[in-house]
Each structure stands twice: as structure tokens, then as C-alpha cells.
Ligand binder design. Structure first.
Ligand code: HXC
Length: 258
């Protein structure tokens, strides 16, 4: 597929996806969403890629869903299309790990996209917010749910009700982002982190991702049981044999991905 609103580059085992609608601060219109879905599906299906980074520009990761596209759309269309449902479930279905590298504005749908990532690395310029209330609406692809799980009720409620932005420092203190780095180092840092993940045994990386995500979907007893079963399944892999042999023999492991 040829992309017009995103750039997709392969850096060894890492796929770098850059949102590229600078004239609209990377607002997520339907074309961006179709292209992003295709890029995620291609990444997940490509056996030579093991981690992805999604980023925007220095000024904006993404300033939200495209307000101009939504402005005249009738409510029946939002309902009948189940607006953003199909796209969101495709992104969340990505089985390989991916990182959101956020500089500048991550607002509305932009913040929601970042929160779909396995984790966020923020530039010191990052600003997160759910300002939908100012448009007479509310978050529609996870903002009220994922933000609340990430930062707790008090901050999530305040942000949704006032539309105020959280800067990178506050986002790190609140647990929304894994780390802050200087803006100039953001892409290098995210690519290095992704390369580290991509160098791990691939099935183990996918299972670790799945395990942590299960913590948000289920109760503790079921989560612990699922964790044990997934752990036990991983012990049957060739990469488990190799990883433990490599440790004992004091050499780096060479992964088969099975
Ligand atoms: C469409 C957008 C846009 C958006 C910015 N632009 N955000 N276009 N949708 N979400 C466009 C502007 O119209 C403008 O185009 C250009 O990008 C530059 O933006 P400016 O506003 O001139 O930049 P600046 O003054 O620096 O302000 C930056 C900003 C502001 C604070 C980020 O752009 C802003 O408040 N944007 C909207 C943020 C927002 O409300 N997001 C939530 C959207 S709703 P022109 O052509 O005028 O130069 C949402 C719902 C998700 O996400 C759930 C749905 C299911």
C-alpha cells in the first residue's frame, strides 16, 4: 500500500511509523486511520520486524481526531459506522510490541492513540489532554477509560472536565509515560529502546506484552493463572532452551522465534 499521511521506514527489526499531516498537526482523519491500520497489520505480519515506534512531529504527535471531518457528520453516521471502533480494535490487536514516541501535542484522539501503545516515551515538550468537552463531546476511543487506568480518577476526571493539558513532567509523575527524554533525543531514544525489545526472543516479547495487558482486563486470580499458563507455554519454546543454555555458557542467545 502507498501511504500519503504516514511515513513508514524499516530500521532493521524495527518499524518506524511517522504521522505526517503537518498542515493539520497530524489530526487523525479517516485516511490516516486507514493507513495506520494497514501499517500496523503489515508490521504484525512481517516476520523480520519485532517492534514498532509510532511518532509525530516536533510540534504535535497528533492534535486529535479531525475536527473538520467530524463537524458536519450526522450522529446517525457516527453510530452506524460505530465511529473509531473498527480502527481501534485493529490497533489494539497488534500482537508485537510498539512504542508511542510523543513530542508536542497529544490531544483527544492523539492522546488516545498514544495510550493504545504498549508504553509512551515522552519528549520534554509533550503535552497530553482530552479537550473534547470544549467541542461539546467527550473522548470516544479510550480517553476516559485508559487515562483513568493510567493516572487514576482524580487527574483523569479533572483533565476530561476542564480540558486542561498535562505536561511531560506531570505525565511522568502520574504514570502516564514510561520516561521523559530531551526532545532532540526522542526518536533516537525510542528507536534504541525498540531495538532492545526487538533483540529479545520474539515469542517471549509477545507473551510479556499480552501478560501485562491482561492485568487491565481481568481480576487478580484469573490474571495470575493466565500468567502461569503463558509462562509454562513459553518453557516449551526452542528460544527458552537457547536462552538458558546461553546464560550458562556465558554467551549471547541466538533466537529462532519459536
Ligand atoms: C483538524 C486541526 C486539529 C484537529 C489542529 N488543526 N488540530 N484540524 N482537527 N484536531 C489544524 C488547525 O485548524 C490549523 O489549520 C492547523 O492545524 C494548526 O493549528 P493551530 O490551531 O493554528 O495551531 P496552534 O495555534 O499552535 O494550536 C495548537 C492546538 C490547537 C492547541 C493543538 O490546534 C487545538 O486546540 N487543536 C484542537 C485540539 C482538540 O480539540 N483535539 C480533540 C479533537 S476531538 P488551519 O487550516 O487553520 O491552518 C477528538 C475526539 C476523539 O479527538 C474521539 C472521537 C471518537
Amino acid at each position: 500500500m502507498t501511504y500519503e499521511t504516514i511515513l513508514v521506514e524499516q530500521r532493521d527489526a524495527v518499524t518506524l511509523i511517522t504521522l505526517n499531516r503537518p498542515q493539520a498537526l497530524n489530526a487523525l482523519n479517516s485516511q490516516v486511520l486507514v493507513e495506520l491500520s494497514a501499517a500496523f497489520a503489515a508490521f504484525d505480519a512481517d516476520p523480520s520486524r519485532h517492534c514498532a515506534v509510532v511518532t509525530g512531529s516536533e510540534k504535535a504527535f497528533a492534535a486529535g481526531a479531525d475536527i473538520k471531518e467530524m463537524a458536519d457528520k450526522p450522529a446517525s453516521d457516527f453510530f452506524l459506522e460505530d465511529f473509531f471502533s473498527g480502527w481501534q480494535s485493529k490497533v489494539v490487536a497488534t500482537r508485537k510490541p510498539w512504542i508511542a514516541a510523543v513530542a508536542g501535542f497529544a490531544l483527544g484522539g492523539g492522546c488516545e492513540l498514544a495510550m493504545m501503545a504498549d508504553f509512551i516515551i515522552a519528549a520534554d515538550t509533550a503535552k497530553f489532554g482530552q479537550p473534547e468537552i470544549k467541542l461539546g463531546v467527550a473522548p470516544g476511543m479510550g480517553g476516559s477509560q485508559r487515562l483513568t487506568r493510567a493516572v487514576g480518577k482524580a487527574k483523569a476526571m479533572e483533565m476530561c472536565l476542564t480540558g486542561r493539558m498535562m505536561d511531560a513532567q506531570e505525565a511522568e509523575r502520574a504514570g502516564l509515560v514510561a520516561r521523559i527524554v530531551p526532545a532532540a533525543d526522542l526518536i533516537d531514544d525510542a528507536l534504541k529502546t525498540a531495538a532492545t525489545i526487538a533483540s529479545m526472543p520474539p515469542m517471549a516479547a509477545m507473551v510479556n506484552k499480552e501478560m501485562v495487558n491482561i492485568a487491565f482486563e481481568t481480576g487478580l486470580a484469573q490474571g495470575l493463572l493466565t500468567e502461569r499458563r503463558l509462562f509454562q507455554i513459553l518453557t516449551a519454546t526452542e528460544d527458552k532452551k537457547e536462552g538458558m543454555a546461553a546464560f550458562v555458557e556465558k554467551r549471547p542467545g541466538v533466537w529462532k522465534g519459536r
